[in-house]
Design a protein around this ligand. Sequence first.
Ligand code: C2E
Ligand code: CA
Ligand code: CA
Length: 653
Amino acid sequence: MSGLISRLRQLRHSDHAIAASVRETLVGSLYASPQSLVIGALTSSGVMTIVALVSGNRSMILCAVAIAFVAGVRVFDAIGIWPRSKRKGVLAGMQTDRQEMLYRFGALCYSGLLGVFGLLTLVNTHDAVLQLLAVTTTIGYAAGIAGRNAGRPWIALSQLCFASLPLAVGLIVSFDPLKVALAVVIVLFVVAMMDITLQTYGVILKATTVSREKAALAEYHAAVARRDDLTGVANRTAFREQFEARLRALSGADRWLTIHWIDLDRFKEINDSFGHLAGNALLAGVAHRLNDAFGSTGIVARLGGDEFAVVCEVENRTAATTIGRTIIELVEQAVHHDGRLLHVGASLGIAIAPVDGTDADTLLKNADLALYRAKDSGRGQMCFYEPLMDEKIERSRDLASEMQGALERGEFHLMFQPIFDLAGRRVLSCETLLRWTNRRHGPISPAEFIPIAEDNGLIVPIGSWVIREACRTASTWPVEVKIAVNLSPIQLRSANLPMVIMSALASSNLAAERLELEVTESVLLDDIEASLAALDAINRLHVRTTLDDFGTGYSSLSYLTKFPFQTLKIDRSFIADLEQSPASVAIVQTVIDLAAKLGMRTVAEGIETQAQLDQLRRTRCDAVQGFLLARPMPASMVATMLAGEDIKAQGRS
Ligand code: C2E
Ligand code: CA
Ligand code: CA
């Protein structure tokens, strides 16, 4: 008995120490099975009503009415709460304490009324059957309720006492020895039931606590798996889930959702120059700022590498543009790391739901296409998705991926276009022109694939192959015929270009003086110092350089004095104008004269008509090239042509 009392005391203190979530579950268990509550309430109130009516006793009838009323209220409460609590697992969102108090109040009223009814039956009637009905129903109810509500032991224990003890009092006041003995049995029953209830409670509490802890752990792991380790914002998985949820919420509503897909400009440079720690600090800094600005109303996520996404609700395109500008400004702010200030920029692709798509896949694809376009138009740009983007960009991407391995598959070959002396009789050199015939796309123009190769860096290995092949082919030609090869700016600045040239010359046994490298003028302006150094390095190998497409770029004539070119190639746009425009004639003449003064040879390219050639003959241009004289041709045809020339020359001599 003393053990029971000390456990009751302990219970009073320990209840406050239970975690709120566990308490919530335990209170929820009071409502977990409304069927048992309904059955208990209907049967006990039904029996009591019958007993009261049969006895005809006024106070018992009043008490039975009260029992029926309280039973009704409790049934209503249990059925009203249950579907909600079942739906949400526990009494989530509800005031647990308030709900428990309400339940307790109802339960105690009901048990107390049953106890009082039993007492009244024992005192007011002498009908043994009525007394038996009232006593067994009340005791049965008390026993049942102690088990049912063991999760909240104070309620169970109070119900047990409120229902049973008035019966014991009723039996004792009858002063019948047998009934007093029954009262003693009831008291012992109450004590035993209390003990059982407390033990049951212990087991329930332990099980609930363990399962709650497991659930909390699982929740924690799930949250960690959805966060990007480095930056703390949502990762790709979480982003997708949240984005899809937002899109579902949007359906049918008159609102827009934008996705801004962000790619950091120059991030690789930071990583390469200052190390990965600096790169990480920068990513974390950018994520932090974006999250501060858009995290509370929208979604901020890192999609991998240096790519982020921001999703926001907007009313119109202007708002999306404003968000885009804010993002660019936030990204451009410096990040402090290790005493340094790190700077990057951002390119943005924007797609809007539901205008540019209603599902996540389409919107992500379209934002990505817009980003591709934004990056293409330079750094720090943002671009909205437009339906026509798809085809062109998709093809570029497809070509980019087809280009991987194209060299190994032997899909590239070279054509050669002869360059003649002004008289148009003797081949001075041949320009190497790269051709790509892809297994899926067929022949592709270099104007289309060279920029792609420059973007993905494949121009370096492909360009090296061109140099080697060109040298090998030219080594079979007469020694006075030179070979010209086009160089991309990326190749020009690649550190191993001199090595590539030397090894191509050595392996083909071609004299360095027979190789000419053509570079377009726009290349030079990007980085004058680096371009100068690269051209000097080439000239030191005794390889000649040609300034290609002269007149199309922005270079002023003064650049000609700066760069060490041996040849100047006048762009075909001037040649095309020669017949109609006297100004073009003057320009071409001026360029040729100036080049001659600077010690440079001149080549006019793109000659298509006899009239153009005649005009050029009046100038002191050194060489001519164009479809009129010869189209690009395979190496075998060049060999035949050169052999024919040789025979003609021998005939002349
Ligand atoms: P480019 O260096 O200006 O090459 C001359 C282009 O003009 C060639 O086009 C040639 O076929 C074309 N052409 C020659 N004569 C005439 C003519 O009388 N009329 C007209 N309308 N066109 C003429 P292609 O082969 O399509 O090459 C285009 C561009 O692709 C080249 O322009 C060059 O910038 C680039 N390219 C070609 N091969 C290579 C290469 O191996 N490496 C690099 N980096 N670029 C290359
Ligand atoms: Ca060229
Ligand atoms: Ca050209």
